[in-house]
Ligand binder design. Sequence first.
Ligand SMILES: [Mg+2]
Length: 230
Amino acid sequence: MPTTALNPSKPPLDWSQIETVLLDMDGTLLDLNFDNVFFLETVPQAYAKQTGQSFAEAKESVLGIYKKVAGTLAWYDLDHWSRELKMDIPLLKEEVAHLIKVHPHVINFLKQLKNQKLPTHLVTNAHSRSIELKMARTPIGQFFDTIISSHDLGHAKEQSGFWTALNKKIPFNPNTTLLVDDSEPVLKAAKNYGIKHLRHISTPSSQHDGKISEEFVSIADFFDIMRDID
Ligand SMILES: [Mg+2]
């Protein structure tokens, strides 16, 4: 079934209305497969080795530990995980760093924004060590006016305080701002703040089928909105 049939009310993005672009990193610009493999395979494997548990037992323990902080800033804090799991999480990330990949069409999309001198900011829940790793492994960093981690603002993007704090740091008009993110809770918080132009990424990981949002306009990748740039 074609995407349009699943998402019949897919209005084109009117670029003439956009003055600021906010882009999420993991799952939106970069393949979420890296993060999925890291948290669901690499960390449980290391935890199994450390505790003498089987992989299945270790995975269950680790998932239980994750659950306690889901949706909060601690979830994205590598120092929190290093302390909680008693392992060097940033070092462990290096082991699977070869899986860090930019999604299709992202670089061309970012080049077009830069050519049009459209203010473009990376807004991510990722910890600074994760951002550093991803900037070193991909060419996306050069395209942003600002790179903002929610850890610097003291609120996760799912929380309303993030958007207020963000607008103090980077002045933007919510009416003329576009946010692209693969997280519906994040898009909801941005919508509540008043950000008018929202797009949901339906295929954050190259290894899983996409999921169309019921509330937001979903795009499979940036080609969907790139072609409307004149
Ligand atoms: Mg994301």
